[in-house]
Design a protein around this ligand. Sequence first.
Ligand code: SF4
Length: 752
Amino acid sequence: MTDWQLTACILCSRNCGLQVQVADGHLTKIRGDKNHPVSAGYICQKAAQLDHYQNNADRLTQPLKRQEDGSYQPIDWQIAITEIADRLLDLKQTYGKECLAFYGGGGQGNHLGSMYSSTFRDALEIPYYYSALAQEKTGDFWVNGKLFGRQNCHTTEDIEQAECVLFIGTNPWQAHGIRNARPTLKQLAKDEQRTMIVIDPRRTKTAELADIHLQLRSGTDAFLLSAMLAILVQEGWEDQAFLKKHTAGFAEVRACLQTIPIADHIERAGVDAEQVHEAMRRFATAQSATVRVDLGLQQSLNSTLNSYLEKLLFLLTGNLGKPGGNNFHTFFLPWVGHSDAQSPRKTKATGITEIAQLFPPNVLPAEIESDHPQRIRGLIVDSANPMVSGADTQAYQRAFTQLDLLVVVDVAMTETARYADYILPAASQFEKWEAAFFNLEFPTNAFHLRKPLFSPLADTLPESEIYRRLAVAIGAIPERYPWLERVARWHRRWPQLGLYRLALVTAMTVNPKLRHTVAFALQGSLGKTLPDSSTAPFWGVSQLYVQQHGEAVARTGLPGRGGRLAEALFQRILQGSGTAISQHRYEDTWSLMGYKDQKVRLAIPELLEELQTLQSHNPWPDYPLMLIAGERRMYNANTIYRNPQWRQSDAEGVLKIHPTDAATLELADGDQALCESPWGELSVQVQLCDTLRPGVVSLPHGYGLDYPNANGERIRYGPLLNLLTGAQHCDRISATPFHKNVPVRLKPIDKT
Ligand code: SF4
């Protein structure tokens, strides 16, 4: 291989390894990297379009400042940094640190900069960290905290080895989320010794491959899952030995499940009782079984309760910590934290409690628009586009005009950036060293630090430098670290002596404040001896990872122990290809739990209570259809693809509807219709689709962006679906929006 370079796809959390060719600033050829330790050459059709991310009309090339008339003018980097720092400090001094918030900080593939943005957040003491992850997964994290002792005890699925796989609310054929989705699904489907069960209101490609498809009524997951669990205890299929050895609280759970009216719950879910019984039998009696879920469950009604019930399925059947089951994985650098149950932070206006150190985008507009004296007034948005992706676009539009200061750091002029006071242009993910921290594999975990393919465009900077400059400007860090720099140079010559490690520990002991800005200290000292200074924190990350998982790191074939092993891991990572970082044993899963006694606490009283009072009540009888707001399709992705021409099909982002519903509404294929929800309305193009359950309609995510047409006029392409969603339509614990169950009605738009 001569002119092929290594990188990774940045569109979803799989981050498949790629080999690419580049010419004249473009990605010209893209193929899977067969040597990648996780993806092994696999890619889907979306990766081929990555040049649309790298090159598009909305790329930012210089810092911009909003003028009084709303237009933007270029501004010198240093002036912008100084003005932003002064205004942030002024807000903090006037209203207290609670008036500051941060949103984003990395999407699917750009997490390296988040080591710097989070350090800057800490340095400025910004208390509120909002993230798109907190409109998807925080119900799951909350449940993990209760069951396993820490909210970041995150499980993965051993699908390749499982005898029975249960997919709930996910279509890996399109959404991926599992290793090499399509061959994995085909193999599973073809093997007669194994069972694939799918729970989904759509007959997806995954469902078509399944042995059993439970096409439930939209939003009834909690009814169906609780019925399955009730069947399990009724039949005595629970794994008694596992429960005794590894869990506490089964008696309470069983008592609750014994009260579930199984037939009634199955009827409410609208599925066949015999099929449900058979699905539960196969799952419970398999030698190994695993559950894979995604947003179809987590953004459905009863989101947090759903997360609890799906975990009870693999826990009560003894499928945690074994081949073919669900297992905890390690984090090379955690992208999710743990919020202490004793003293969690709460927002001022809505009183929502942080989960996994994250706050939900659903409440952000209310926190800005509130009349609370410490309402949010200053916001930094980094690599995120909440104006499009947050629930209730209208609320975001109102709220962002109420901010005293909005700073956007991004590669492109987004819908959110158009509300900013300052726009700081970041180099693209292919113009700097980058990495994703979605290291979700078990037993072999892997990491991929990516080298740049291009130089930074025009006057753009990597986030590591943007936040370093901001941190200097607020007085949190010095420009230079002369003493550490000197030791770092010695360290480069004699790494085996461990001098740099000793110097850094000494510096942090003498100056404890350095602990809070250590990423910048590494960047400014060790970083000067590396090909790129931004990668230096991975030296520290390697040290910590070896401290926690040294034996597993050594099993990957690296030499040494302790500091030497960490050095070897760091050097391996710097090579810039996907690489194994640890090789665990299945029994390690227990030491990755939060509870010291390594016992799962099965009973979560709040959720058992919720289960017993479960209601299927539709408070919006005038909106008879349930919209899946944000379906994954062949050609939709996150909003980093701005140019609509990347799509090879479905340019309109059609609303899919069952022919029976369409006939009732006198709608035909290709008709325009007005889609109304209790919160807004949207004009859509209709497509008839008999794979949906009647009563369910779907729209894709990733549309509704403004992009210039051939004449330079900005046009909105496809449905901006958060015009239909409402912030209050969400989970009571996590505030996760119920995007998969948005009540809507449709009216034909007169063609005349
Ligand atoms: S979008 Fe496709 S190619 Fe890209 S990371 Fe995800 S599965 Fe891999």
